[in-house]
Structure formats: C-alpha cells, structure tokens
Write a protein that binds this ligand. Sequence first.
Ligand SMILES: Cc1ncc(COP(=O)(O)O)c(C=O)c1O
Length: 457
Amino acid sequence: MELPFEPFRIRVVEPIRPTTRAEREAAIRAAGYNPFLLPSEAVLIDLVTDSGVSALSVRQWSAMHGSDESFTGSRSFRRFEAAARELYGKRHVIPCHQGRAAEHLLCRAVLAPGQVVLGNTLFATTRANIEEQGGQAIDLPIRENADPTSLHPFKGDIDLDALGRRLAEAAAGSVAFVVLTLTDNSGGGQPASLANIRAAAELCRQHRVPLLLDAARIAENCYLIARREPEHHGRSPREVARDIFALADGVFMSMKKDALGNSGGVIALDDDGWAERIRIRLLVSEGIPSAGGLAGRDLECMAAALDEMLDEAHLAHRVAQVSRLGEQLAAAGVPVLQPFGGHAVYVDGRAFCPHLANEQLPAWSLTVALYVASGVRSWEVGNVLGGRKDPSSGGWRWPALDLLRLAVPRRVYTASHLDYVARSLVELHAGRHEIRGLRFVYRPPLLPQFIATFEPA
Ligand SMILES: Cc1ncc(COP(=O)(O)O)c(C=O)c1O
C-alpha cells in the first residue's frame, strides 16, 4: 500500500538508543520475561501500546499553556465540556483520569451484583470492572471475529441474533447495559459497521436496556466505516461519529487512544439519575466533577483533541501506516489477522509458533523473542490476558485467539521505523522453531498481563 505522506512536520524529537542482544537478554530476564516490566530505555521501538503515547500537536500544546488551573469553575473544564457536548450530543460530561476509571465509576454507580453486561468484545479492564462489581460480562462477537482467515470488513460487529435472544430471554432488569467497544481492541482492533450499531441500538431500545459505547478508538472506527461501508462512502468521520453517538444512551472513553492525550477519560450521558450517582462516586475516588482528577491543561488537551482526532488526513495516514505494516508481514508469510484494524497489527501466536502448546503461551513467548531479537516491544492479547482457570476441571480455558499486538502510537514513528519492525518479525518467522515457550512464575488473579512474571518452560 502506498503511504500518504505524514500530514505534519516534526518539531520536537526524542533520541532512541539501540541496545545489544546481550543487554536485551539481561533486561527481559530482570523483567520476569514480561515486556510490560521493561524499562523504556531498554526499548528501541515501543509498540506495547497506542495509549497515552501520542505526539501532541502545536494546537494541543498551546491550549495547554493557556489552561486555567483554578480548583473549581475553571474555563478549561467549560471548554472541554462544550467540545464534548458538541461531539457526543449528551448533556452530562464527566471527566476522569482514564478509561478504566470511567468504567469503574460506571460499574460502581449503576451495576448491581448478579447483573449481566453484554458486548461485542469487552476490553480487559471493562470486564475486570464488571466482574469486580459482582456482574457477569458476556461477549457476543460475530463468528468471523474468531476466524483469523476471514476478511469480513466489520469483525467488530456484535452478533445481532445472539444479542436479540439474550435480551428476550433475560429477566427484567437482569441486563444492566450493553457495551459496544469501537474498535474492539481485544478482537483485533476491528470496527463495527454503522448498520450493526444501529440494529443493536434498536434491540436495546425494544428491550429497554441502555446502550453504552466504549469509544476509545471511535475515530478510527468512523474512518473505517466511511471506507468500507458502501452507504457511508465519502462521508466525513465527524458526520459518522455524530450518527453513532446519537444511537447510544451513553459513552465512556479513554482519552489516551484516538483522543491523542497522555492521560484522561470521560463519561457522557443524558440520564440525570446515573449522572448524579457517577458524580458522587467521582467525588469519593477521583476528584471534583469539573476536573475528575485531571489538571486544567489535561482538559484543554482533550478539548483540542476531540476535534483533531476526527481529521481525515490524520486518520488516512494512520490507518495506512498500520495497514502497510500488516501488508509487509502478510506478504512475507507471517500469520497476521486481516483485515487490518485501525491502531495495531495482530499476529497469530499459535500459527507463528505451532510447536508451542497453549500452556507454553505462544503469543507471549513471541513478544519476548521479538524483543530479544530486535528491541521492538509488543504485547500479547491472548492466553495470558484472556486465559482463565476452569473451576470445575482445574485446567485452563484459553481464548479463541492468542495474538501478539503491534500497537502503533499516533504521530510518533515514521515509515522506516515500521519497516524495521516488519523486517525483524519476518526474520524471526524464518527461525520461528527456535522460539522457546514460557510458563507462569507469578499469576495475579486479575489483569495478569501487567504484573505477571514468567520463566522459560
Ligand atoms: C477498548 C479499550 N477500552 C478501555 C481501555 C482502558 O483505558 P485506559 O487505559 O485509559 O484505562 C482500553 C485501554 O487499552 C481499551 O483499549
């Protein structure tokens, strides 16, 4: 794919330093074979996440310099509130420090123990917050979502038959809400179509169950709708976004992904009762309702980004950058998930390392091997993140896909950086049978990917 040129000039740079293989071997051993625990200086190209790591724009920086840091009544909050109301079309705008804080507040405020939350593919922190509150999180993705060879353009769609059935069979009040995660980070960064979102909203309306959006990567989802869904060809991402938000009862959003922030999150909704309960929770754990634990400069940064994130040239370059990396890998026979989503390329760990059993954590072992070979840090969305102990058998239940994720930070890396990533992974693929498996040394009960440690199996 031809890459459009970067729609920006680079005015600030940060040096990166290559390391030797011996240094990387020592570093990953010291990190308990968990790339998340590596010091960032030991990393050459960091694709561990696209979250909180965007390069800020001149517009964001100048807004931040003009921020109002008053404890309360700050104009920075009012600016953010106005921008968020304009985009989401909801009356209540509640800032908080990041996406999982929004999930936590929401679950604490409106989810009762025993209630169910249905979704296309809930993100790990959403699931953890639901489960911690005594709720049950159920994913209802379409069948193609778990098929790495399917080229379905909207693998982030929810299975409408399954959703309709669950909603019809559920006792009144037992489903707390439905969440559409746009795009679906845990299923490959795949978008949902506007037709699917519309139909899901209609089902929720019929059954009087609120529909919420996890909008962390809504801009990429909207751009991909305008590219892939024939009825919406040629529409601007902003127009598509307005249509989507109008279908939902509420939105929660990490402002660290598409919204180009180093920190921040938000909840936007219309329901006065929910808003009141969330604000009370917010006061207990996050901060005052006009800040949510953020500085005025963070609110300014987010206000600017709500407009900037939907810029078509930015999205066209970003999505092309991700696709080009994926195409280079696919052309060399590396098993990648297709079609490519908005923020990351996902490599099928089980297909890459067929000599490793699930217990040997193929995709996780691959992230470690890639780091040692090249200094490129990636992350796993697979057996470590999604594996669960089966209480009846004592064995493991593994997720449908075991993936290595190459998440591309926004406006940070150039084409030659990503060419190096592709070359490194292609070389590793040639010698893949030498990749050694790993096993857990320490596995915490929740969100193991952040703090678990491992050793060679
Ligand atoms: C889809 C999705 N939802 C929620 C979150 C949580 O957001 P945060 O990292 O800001 O807490 C993430 C983070 O990666 C995510 O990808």
